[in-house]
Ligand binder design. Structure first.
Ligand SMILES: [Zn+2]
Length: 443
């Protein structure tokens, strides 16, 4: 572990994750269903890989006009993103199957697409999933000088326009991984300021075989049939479509107005919240009732559930989202979901614009997120939970009132009332936040 990640610690867990785990496990037990090795997932894999193969074969061997080539290269790019969202991501997290070999094979689809499952496991599984939205540690919010995604990053004058130009630059992200980041991590042993362990012989062999396979598919085979400039053009179009889609799905989950960007305390290097609370509050769901978004993004529109339970196959996320949301409300944890894809896109656009403004200091960014607290403040007033503690703001008191520890520390009628009102507040916030009364999978 690098010095930067080694120093960051989270507050002690106060029962939130334990309660969540018990309830989610209870769901699988009561429904008598498996968390992994889902037949629907194997079928989905077959469909997506067939889509990828058909787009590739059609583009390389049959496309004879510009419109057809354009359509097939975009289709190829979107299918590659779908492989990443659905197959590689579940495999890389060990969420696809109980078999390590099957997970490994699924994760290897990333190598086939030019990435590295070995480096991904370090940057995504370890860094991003542990230190989500922690500036200077989470590489996923680090665009270098090109963009400012966090209020704790330096601002340059051209960030004033980042809400326009970043959408275009997102298209280059996979090319950057394929030809720069992976090699940088391999040769320097570091990426985004954190250490990457040296691969063993098997891991190195897999990385090299993967890159060779990718270069053969992307350039070797097409160059046997087409001029280099056509190969370069359609490779770029496919990569661009893939990169835009991958980036946007990530950004809508973490880089929006409703997500937080906590920093560890300077002296103790401790994040204010426990890990599970941190995951919920730095992440936002979107378009949860859209079957198309849910299918294509591999459940990554349920990113909160993914961050809490990355080893559960994504096809289960809609069913457990209600449990996570209700439990978050009970414990006073800010759970937020954009009702539609458009709302999430708009929130990301607004966040980029805010981060690019010259007067947007850390304090201003914190204030920009304060409206989240207003939701809790308002129904604090409505509910009038009689458990305010001196020295805490109204929103802190509501959070405190709904924390399990606090409820347990109460006695008699007051504890009962606090728990009941807390539950009411949770349901109130639930309906208000996402605007739907039932989630898929809920009765
Ligand atoms: Zn993940």
């Amino acid at each position: 572990m690098s010095s930067s990640t080694a120093m960051v610690k989270f507050a002690k867990c106060e029962g939130f994750m334990q309660t969540l785990r018990e309830r989610v496990d209870g769901h699988f037990t009561s429904q008598q269903i498996s968390k992994r090795d889902i037949p629907a997932m194997y079928l989905k894999t077959l469909v997506i890989l067939s889509w990828f193969a058909a787009s590739y074969v059609g583009l390389v061997f049959f496309a004879s006009t510009w419109p057809v080539a354009l359509f097939l290269s975009v289709s190829l790019g979107v299918s590659m993103a779908a492989i990443g969202f659905n197959i590689q991501h579940d495999g890389g997290h060990g969420a696809y199957s109980d078999s390590r070999l099957v997970n490994h094979l699924m994760a290897f689809t990333l190598d086939m697409l030019g990435g590295s499952s070995f480096i991904w496991k370090r940057t995504h599984n370890v860094i991003h999933h542990s230190y989500t939205n922690v500036t200077g540690v989470d590489g996923d919010i680090d665009l270098g000088f090109l963009g400012r995604l966090s209020p704790h990053q330096p601002r340059y004058w051209f960030h004033r326009f980042q809400h326009f130009y970043l959408w275009f630059l997102y298209g280059f992200i996979t090319i950057k991984w394929q030809f720069r980041d992976d090699f940088q991590a391999l040769f320097t042993g570091r990426i985004h300021g954190t250490d990457v362990p040296r691969p063993n012989a098997l891991e190195l062999t897999q990385l090299i075989v993967g890159k060779l396979l990718f270069l053969t598919l992307a350039f070797g085979v097409p160059l046997c049939f087409h001029a280099w400039y056509y190969v370069a053009l359609w490779f770029f179009v496919a990569s661009f479509a893939q990169g835009v889609l991958l980036s946007i799905v990530f950004q809508l989950a973490h880089c929006v107005q409703e997500a937080t960007f906590p920093m560890p305390d300077d002296a103790s290097h401790r994040i204010e919240n426990a890990w599970a609370v941190h995951q919920v509050e730095t992440t936002v769901d979107f378009a949860r009732t859209s079957r198309i978004v849910n299918w294509l993004t591999g459940g990554l529109n349920y990113q909160i559930e993914h961050h809490l339970f990355p080893q559960i196959c994504h096809v289960h996320y809609p069913a457990i989202a209600g449990i996570v949301e209700r439990t978050s409300a009970e414990f006073g944890v800010h759970y937020y979901a954009h009702q539609t894809l458009w709302q999430a896109v708009r929130s990301h656009y607004t966040w980029l614009r805010q981060m690019g403004r010259p007067d947007h200091s850390v304090a201003a960014a914190t204030a920009a997120a304060a409206w989240r607290d207003r939701i809790f403040d308002v129904h604090h007033d409505v509910c009038a939970v009689p458990c305010d503690r001196p020295g805490l703001s109204p929103s802190q008191n509501v959070r405190d009132a709904r924390s399990a520890d606090h409820l347990r520390s109460q006695s008699g009628t007051h504890a009962h009332d606090a728990a009941r009102v807390g539950r009411f507040c949770g349901w109130w916030a639930t309906g208000r936040n996402i605007g739907v009364s039932h989630l898929p999978g809920e009765s």
